[in-house]
Ligand binder design. Structure first.
Ligand code: GRF
Length: 197
């Protein structure tokens, strides 16, 4: 009998191109995970439409309704994830910092994609900062989420060359292609490892 697929929620805040790459990869029969839910903290996230067009359940947990109460927002998020019997969470352009409480609910079960070669360039504006630093190689990282931002064990990385004349936009586009390649690979590996126990 085929191994049960891991049930995955993708958390987004905007465009959702990484989410789309996960949805595409998960269509393969032998992919060990299925994307069963997309959650956005922003009601207007473009990625929600893409998910709906692929008949994937969507939910909005609007952080602005919770004011400064980060944990109340996260408890609402957690309720949605539990209701959908989620095994693994993939952050994909999800622009909220998470509390240790929420991170603690998903030990080695929550992945994030970051547009830099961690531990270099944690945080925002990675492409601008990579160009300013003059690095010749930049890239993308998929890692498990730990309580500290953009830290946690690395699952996959891809290097991308920085070319003469690059702008933050041209570099971002090259890195994004790498992101779309490695996120599905990383999720496959994590889901396979979990299915094997
Ligand atoms: C990606 O570059 C991701 O690495 C970063 O935010 C961007 C999200 O893009 N965390 P998208 O929403 O997946 O298209």
């Amino acid at each position: 009998m085929a191994m049960a697929k891991q049930r995955v929620a993708v958390l987004i805040s905007g465009r959702g191109s990484n989410m789309a790459s996960l949805i595409e990869a998960a269509k393969a029969d032998d992919y060990p995970a299925e994307i069963v839910l997309v959650v956005s903290n922003r009601p207007d996230a473009a990625g929600l439409t893409h998910a709906r067009n692929h008949s994937i359940a969507t939910a909005v947990v609007d952080h602005t309704r919770y004011g400064k109460d980060r944990e109340a927002f996260e408890r609402a998020l957690q309720d949605v994830l539990v209701a959908h019997r989620i095994d693994l969470v993939c952050l994909a352009g999800f622009m909220r910092l998470l509390t240790p409480w929420f991170v603690g609910q998903w030990p080695e079960r929550m992945l994030n994609i970051h547009p830099a070669l961690l531990p270099a360039f944690k945080g925002l504006h990675t492409h601008e900062r990579a160009l300013a630093a003059g690095v010749k190689t930049h890239g993308a990282t998929v890692h498990f989420v730990s309580a500290e931002m953009d830290s946690g064990p690395i699952i996959a990385q891809a290097e991308v060359p920085v070319l003469d004349g690059d702008t933050p936009d041209t570099l971002a586009a090259r890195v994004l292609e790498a992101e779309h390649r490695i996120y599905p690979q990383a999720l496959r590996k994590v889901a396979q490892d979990r299915a094997r126990g």
